[in-house]
Design a binder for this molecule. Structure first.
Ligand code: GLC
Length: 569
């Protein structure tokens, strides 16, 4: 069934599947996924039961940061296809009742962007430089960077250029700001041409039929560049009251109000979701107001331990606040920037982000991980989340239960983090390995020799190995997404009492119930649960393992450890 053009609120409770195009499906055998590859897999996506796909950048790029270094915002990287291929992909998606969201990267361009090349060729103080943040350095000869700001990927956030014009031509001169890699110069969002150009980009893709946008690093666009620049030696420590020099400044909202006007030129209006790594406060919700983007990612569950108390309090808080702001909530466990959630949950309880990085650096060898437990918990967490009101953002391969490829050899790594930290932080390549489609075909059916090597164990998790296999992760996702479409009438839920502090239970207005046992041992189900109505279990077949220990009569059935059940009305 084609997408319904009249459904303007489709995004509020959508299941959105993130595609990392270079790693999804390779149609021409060059080892890099491409747009025709996505088109060729549209039937798989549609059968999965998702509402939309979100494509990470597919624009021309030198790939200094996996495509988040954009050379040209209104074109397709020739290695990934052409604009015609893009149109064909959108048409195929729409014919399959699947909407299309594309990534917009407004904080920075790449250093190959024509504006940045013009800025480098021009003299200090020129109009070409004014679209970026160029400053003279400190020290007697400008040899020190203008501030102590670090880059997200390690090292400093300033790079000094050799001047090509002006009185210092041929010598080291000004510095430019890049909060990410050297190849990602930050735009100056006070410049009207920068603002106008992004409106043009939004219209360009909207006119080509996309249904929404994901806004990269949305909270970073406006910076306090008044001199002297203020110190901020650690980027992650955010003063979240509007006074931080780099993030979540109040003036950023004018930009997104302008974007909303552009998105509302279309009928139905285009959807948008902000990537804004700000803590949970009403400040984060400003990005999601109906007058701005509509949704903002909430990474709270992604950052939480697998715990009944944490999951319930995060869900309660996010749903309450989203309703208060007029937005709908978002949920996400995995994406192209984080360790895949079955691996995160496989680490010993209490592991911190530093522990996770140390584990990656040790190629996944230490500490020992319990992968079976990690996947069991990931599946339970996913079913807990897919029952909630709001939009679920899924990352390619999570429907296969893929783990992080933690032992990628150093020679294969491409994430700028690895290089900029002088090989001390491995980075994000382990969740970006090209997908295994087939257990038996070369390169697991991805296409040519993949740009990141696939681990041997990919074969057992390949789509063909799980297709039609009762209880497989793929079939669990398919069933859940199919049932989910029946759940999503109203955007509310009721929390129900449970028999154990490790158990969380909620009911949707149409009577659907979700029960999760977060504990490490089986526990008794509430007396009023009718086992005959269990339609889905994260543990495998709908009723597998449930009721083990049932003696007689109501009230004695159990739910296995680390398991979620869905119960129909
Ligand atoms: C976002 C992207 C990430 C990228 C960064 C810089 O966080 O998700 O992949 O490296 O922005 O664009």
């Amino acid at each position: 069934m084609p997408v319904s053009p009249s459904d303007s609120l489709w995004w509020r409770q959508a299941a959105v599947y993130q595609i990392y195009p270079r790693s999804f499906a390779d149609s021409n055998g060059d080892g890099m996924g491409d747009l025709p590859g996505i088109t060729s897999r549209m039937a798989y996506l549609s059968a999965l039961g998702i509402d939309a796909i979100w494509l990470s950048p597919f624009y021309p790029s030198a790939l200094a940061d996996g495509g988040y270094d954009v050379d040209d915002y209104r074109n397709v990287d020739p290695r990934l296809g052409s604009l015609d291929d893009f149109d064909a992909m959108v048409a195929a998606a729409h014919a399959a009742d699947t909407r299309v969201i594309v990534d917009v990267v407004p904080n920075h361009s790449s250093n190959q962007h024509e504006w940045f090349k013009a800025a480098l060729a021009a003299a200090p103080g020129s109009p070409e430089r004014a679209r970026y943040h160029f400053l003279d350095g400190l020290g007697d000869d400008g040899e020190l960077p203008p501030s102590d700001w670090p880059s997200h990927f390690g090292g400093g956030a300033w790079t000094r250029v050799v001047e090509q014009a002006g009185p210092r031509a041929g010598s080291l001169g000004q510095w430019y700001l890049h909060l990410f890699a050297t190849e990602q110069p930050d735009f100056n969002w006070d410049h009207p041409e920068v603002r106008e150009d992004f409106h043009t980009t939004l219209r360009f893709w909207s006119d080509r039929g996309v249904d929404g946008f994901r806004i990269d690093v949305a909270h970073a666009l406006v910076k306090d560049m008044s001199l002297p620049l203020r110190s901020k030696p650690v980027l992650e420590i955010l003063v979240d009251d509007g006074t931080d020099p780099l993030f979540d400044r109040d003036a950023v909202h004018e930009i997104f109000e302008g974007w909303r006007s552009v998105l509302n030129e279309y009928n139905p209006p285009k959807a948008a979701v902000a990537e804004a790594w700000v803590p949970f406060t009403d400040r984060r919700l400003k990005y999601a107001r109906p007058t701005e983007l509509g949704q903002a990612f909430n990474f709270d569950l992604l950052q939480a331990p697998f715990s009944a108390v944490e999951f319930r309090s995060i869900a309660e808080k996010c749903l309450f606040e989203a309703t208060a702001s007029g937005a709908s909530s978002t949920w996400v466990f995995s994406n192209h920037d984080v360790v895949r959630h079955p691996s995160r949950y496989a680490l010993p309880d209490g592991s911190t982000r530093d522990d996770l990085e140390a584990w990656l650096l040790a190629d996944g060898a230490t500490p020992a991980v319990d992968l079976a437990r990690g996947l069991r918990r990931a599946r339970a967490a996913t079913l807990f989340m897919l029952g909630l009101p709001g939009s679920a953002y899924l990352y390619q391969g999570e429907e296969l239960g893929l783990f992080e490829a933690a032992d990628l050899p150093a020679s294969a790594l491409q994430d700028p983090t690895w290089f900029r930290t002088l090989n001390t932080v491995k980075g994000r390549d382990g969740c970006r390995v090209p997908l295994p489609w087939s257990a038996v075909e070369p390169n697991f059916g991805f296409g040519g020799t993949p740009w990141l090597p696939q681990p041997v164990w990919f074969g057992s998790l390949a789509a063909t190995a799980q297709d039609g296999v009762a209880g497989s992760t793929l079939e669990m996702y398919r069933s859940a997404l199919s049932w989910r479409s029946k759940l999503q009438a109203e955007e509310t839920l009721e929390w129900l009492a449970s028999l154990s502090p490790e158990m969380v239970r909620y009911r949707r207005p149409n009577g659907w119930e979700v029960i999760t046992n977060f504990g490490a041992t089986p526990t008794q189900l509430p007396h009023d649960v009718d086992l005959s109505k269990v339609v889905l279990s994260s543990g495998g077949n709908a009723t597998a393992g449930i009721g083990a220990g049932r003696v007689s009569g109501a009230g004695s059935a159990t739910i296995p450890a680390e398991t979620t059940l869905w119960i129909a009305p």
